[in-house]
Write a protein of this length. Sequence first.
Length: 431
Amino acid sequence: MNEQPLSPGCLVGEDMVDEKKRTVAVVGAGVIGAAIAFELQRRGLQVTLIDKGEPGRGTSYGNMASVALDFAAGSGPATWRKIPGWLLDPEGPVWLRPSYALKMLPWFLRFVAAGRPSRLREIEDAGMSLSAHALADFRSMLSAIAAPQLMTEEGCLAIYENEAEFAGDRAHIDMMRRYGLDFDVLSGADIRALEPALSPSIVKAVLLPDNKSIRDPYELVVKLAAAAQSLGAGFISGAVRNIEKSGAGTSVVLLDNGQRLTADAVILATGVHTRALAEKLGEPIPLETERGYHTQIMKPGVSMRYSVIWPHRAFMITPTAGGIRVGGNVELAGLDAAPDFRRPRVLVRHAQRAVPALKVEETTEWMGHRPALPDTIPIISASSRMPGIWYATGHGHLGLTYSATTARLIADMVTGTKPAIDMKPFRIDRY
Ligand SMILES: Cc1cc2nc3c(=O)[nH]c(=O)nc-3n(C[C@H](O)[C@H](O)[C@H](O)COP(=O)(O)OP(=O)(O)OC[C@H]3O[C@@H](n4cnc5c(N)ncnc54)[C@H](O)[C@@H]3O)c2cc1C
């Protein structure tokens, strides 16, 4: 086994742990891991960030860039009653590959169970406890990495083509009212006054002024990882295959290439791949991939100020630094199936209906894996089995939104500071 240091100040042999600084290995350089690495290094710990690829090239690369404070609703009956209809609609927002249906069943049963009214309220409370801090934490993170310009100041418009669609979103609107979220219902000319690109067929909209957008989610991760490194964090490129405890009580991170990294604390932030690592550590978690797609339109022929969500069709249109991004979809097909790019093309057609001037020139298509837990709230937790190991995973549809808050909470727990919110709902041993 190769136990020599990989890069200065980051890879330490078991006999080389720095006495002065606690060492932390953060595994996974998506938006969650990069934000955690930055926050921990900023608090004076010695961090090594590890990724099997380059920072930001996982799911965090291509999300719809929305800091979505309103989205914390769980899988209530209102959602799962729609699912059979969605599954039968070839252009619907959810697609299950028949070959994956049986594998998906245990997860789906847990998802339905999470929708029972008493549990649903707990889930919403937990999600909203994160949302309540998400925007302020995000702003503070961006300012700390000197990149406040990455966040737009315009909000998001939820759009409806008819009253029935608006009525279909009532549970969500009630939820926003219950939690005191700021929103404004608009109709007719008021919609076009805000966003002239929208079609007159959009008869109703809800303006969500606090749902900001990130101009380039990939650039955000790159900047977070670079900021952590500029403060002294190390970076290792390599796949982690397991973690063991050393005799001294530290953790030894084992990489595929035979390298070993010893650290006082290890944070697992490997997105959907955390399932495999957790299983090896003896604490299986029901983490599934909710695959999603985007089309990046570099020459859209139209400019937009607001990000737009169409709740009935469950997708978004987001102006980004590199043109307009159209995306969403939930495809249940596991980790290994090849992407099916017919899905994002349906969304582009829907987008052209909402934004008639949208041209589809110079495009790229992308698929990513949302790390999805059946109760829709993340795991932000110490391991229940191995001291010194922490999980930050399962952020599903909201990993970008909750990145800064997750980083703060993990850093609080690792440094023994009392977190600002109740962490019980996010524990790994709830399963
Ligand atoms: C279409 C789509 C739209 C979305 N829109 C939004 C949105 O608008 N707003 C929002 O908040 N969220 C959105 N999301 C969700 C969000 O993108 C995810 O929740 C988030 O990116 C998850 O981040 P992560 O860091 O946990 O995972 P990832 O970004 O996948 O990062 C995990 C990292 O771990 C590394 N890794 C994995 N295994 C290992 C290993 N064994 N060893 C070393 N490294 C490893 C990977 O290489 C990767 O870099 C969307 C997702 C999709 C698919």
